[in-house]
Design a protein around this ligand. Structure first.
Ligand code: ARG
Length: 282
């Protein structure tokens, strides 16, 4: 996680960012601290990346890269305002990350916004495209991280990153459970999701529209905005324990819980050294 020390909305690169709405940075910091405390209270270790002045979106750590089986591929951002974040996260992977046993693969060569668009689901990488991460970057990430990739096309600008429209709820296993909002995807990608995940939880538009799918799950606890009340109920029905947090200030930049969280998957964990790379899907 990266604290929102320099968080602000000073440019608009997604439909959530409204330059006329002021940001309360003190409140953003308090909300972020509460999210961090919630993770720690549930037994998760949180590493903190140093924020960089002039990079107001660096708080959205999920975009900094993708880590699978101890291999860390740093991001290459679509918009110039965020581009320096790629090097900042890369240098974290190569220094502190290396002390944690991670191997840095450097920065992606194609536009790749990390876990914003690349979500590990069991032994495949679900990969979003349409607004930020390119199809060429999907191929590169799959090859370098050693995981098959399933490309999914996003079509609604409110859901410009895959992690705004889809949440992976089970971290392990061949057919993990996911939750998603079908309206965010092209018809072809909807068909791919329906076929691969017949047991998925389908989110309502109301829950998706408060970024209720921008969630982090440890397989039992699901950390998500307290505003997505329908999603909380659906999660409970499926045996999960929703942990609601208030990230209203960070929503002004177009992000919620998952955006603020980059998952560090160590070597030897699920999907480490997965076999061949193939690209399937829409
Ligand atoms: N303002 C940021 C952007 O538009 C928000 C990023 C949210 N992060 C995420 N993982 N969806 O790039």
């Amino acid at each position: 996680m990266c604290p929102p020390t320099y968080f602000d909305v000073v440019y608009a690169i997604n439909p959530w960012m409204d330059l006329s709405v002021p940001v309360d940075r003190g409140r953003a910091v308090a909300q972020w601290e509460a999210l961090r405390a919630a993770y720690e209270a549930h037994g998760h270790r949180v590493d903190v990346v140093d924020p960089v002045p002039g990079l107001p979106d660096m708080v959205y750590a999920a975009n900094g890269g993708t880590v699978v089986g101890g291999k860390a591929l740093a991001a290459r951002f679509a918009f110039p305002q965020r581009q320096p974040e790629g090097a900042a996260y890369e240098s974290w992977f190569a220094t502190v990350g290396a002390e944690r046993g991670l191997t840095s693969l450097g920065q992606a060569s194609d536009t790749n916004e990390g876990e914003g668009d690349l979500l590990l689901a069991g032994d495949v990488l679900l990969a979003g495209t349409g607004f930020r991460t390119t199809r060429a970057a999907h191929e590169e990430a799959g090859r370098l991280l050693g995981v098959p990739v399933v490309t999914l096309e996003l079509v609604d600008p409110r859901f410009y990153h895959l992690d705004t429209a889809l949440a992976v709820l089970d971290t392990e296993g061949r057919s993990p459970r996911i939750a998603y909002y079908p309206g965010a995807f092209s018809p072809a990608s909807r068909a791919v999701l329906a076929e691969r995940y017949p047991d998925a939880i389908l989110a309502t538009e109301a829950d998706a529209a408060v970024l209720g799918l921008n969630a982090v799950s440890d397989g039992r606890h699901v950390f998500l905005t307290d505003r997505a009340t329908g999603m909380h109920a659906q999660l409970r029905e499926h045996g999960y324990v929703p942990v609601g947090v208030d990230l209203s200030e960070l929503l002004k930049g177009g992000g919620s819980v998952k955006c603020c969280t980059l998952e560090l998957r160590p070597a030897g964990g699920p999907s480490a050294g997965a076999p061949t790379t193939t690209e399937v899907g829409a």
